[in-house]
Design a protein. Structure first.
Length: 278
């Protein structure tokens, strides 16, 4: 463990946290892919944004180096309650009263639930391809959440290709990255948590993440939605739903981009973040 990584006691569970940079604190929340961690989503941000911001990059409970509850919660709403408690306890333990918030995919849904629970703990909020809308499960997301039905190197590479519009930019390293993600995903505790999170049938998990319009209208934090026009994992319609119902909201649409804006269009993402949080 290097000097930027910490294990923080957050209520009943431990949180693996990467804390790096100086400046206004930003809490970054990762998505739901097999083998995902905070740093698997936000490595480029951690190399780019530390001149002006303090990046707080946790692994959600059930992922990576954070605790893996045994027995695991049953149902997405119980997991969500656990994550909300984890993240608010993390801010308390760090003695940080208020932060900016960034949520990617599943992390976007977690961010929205945090805004329902404790809006006073957050300044501005950037949601990237967020779940939380009434959308249909895509074939790609069904295969990603069902990864352990066929947990092979080929399946992992396919998952990674589905996150990109053009996988040419990772073609020279996809084998190595897929091996690393597969190794992380096959840790017994990680696998057990993931399988408890996303059992079939999987549409119900998306449905349990929905934030109702009446709740969205009561969120007054400034929100920037960054959505991918060609997203095959969380469709573009999810961003439009949030755009319709949130109070202080704007939306930036990225063309020729699938589900990995922060990687596939990193410069654009970092520029949008700096401009919005400035």
């Amino acid at each position: 463990m290097n000097s930027n990584t910490h294990i923080i006691q957050t209520g009943l569970h431990q949180t693996h946290l990467t804390r790096i940079g100086l400046g206004d604190p930003i809490l970054f929340l990762h998505g739901s892919g097999p083998g995902a961690t905070g740093m698997s989503n936000w490595t480029l941000a951690s190399q780019t944004l530390t001149d002006k911001y303090e990046l707080l990059i946790p692994d959600l409970v059930g992922y990576g180096g954070s605790s893996h509850p045994d027995p695991a919660p049953s149902g997405m709403r119980r997991w969500m309650r656990l994550w909300i408690g984890q993240l608010l306890a993390l801010l308390d333990q760090l003695e940080i009263e208020k932060v900016h918030l960034v949520g990617n995919s599943l992390g976007g849904a977690v961010a929205l639930h945090l805004l329902m629970e404790a809006p006073h703990r957050f300044h501005k909020v950037l949601l990237m391809g967020p779940a939380g809308a009434p959308i249909q499960l895509t074939p790609e997301l069904d295969r990603i959440w069902g990864f352990y039905e066929d947990p092979t190197p080929t399946s992992m590479k396919n998952n990674m290709r589905w996150f990109t519009f053009d996988d040419g930019f990772i073609a020279d390293r996809i084998d190595a990255v897929a091996r690393m993600r597969l190794e992380a995903a096959m840790q017994p505790a990680v696998r057990k948590s993931y399988e408890s999170l996303f059992p079939a049938p999987r549409q119900r998990h998306l449905d349990e993440l929905i934030v109702p319009p009446s709740a969205l209208r009561r969120i007054h934090n400034p929100v920037l939605i960054v959505h991918r026009r060609d997203d095959s994992v969380v469709p573009f319609e999810s961003g439009l739903y949030l755009l319709k119902h949130l109070h202080q909201v704007q939306m930036h649409v990225v063309g020729r981009c699938n589900h990995w804006t922060q990687i596939e269009h990193a410069d654009t993402f970092h520029s949008l973040l700096r401009g919005f949080f400035n």
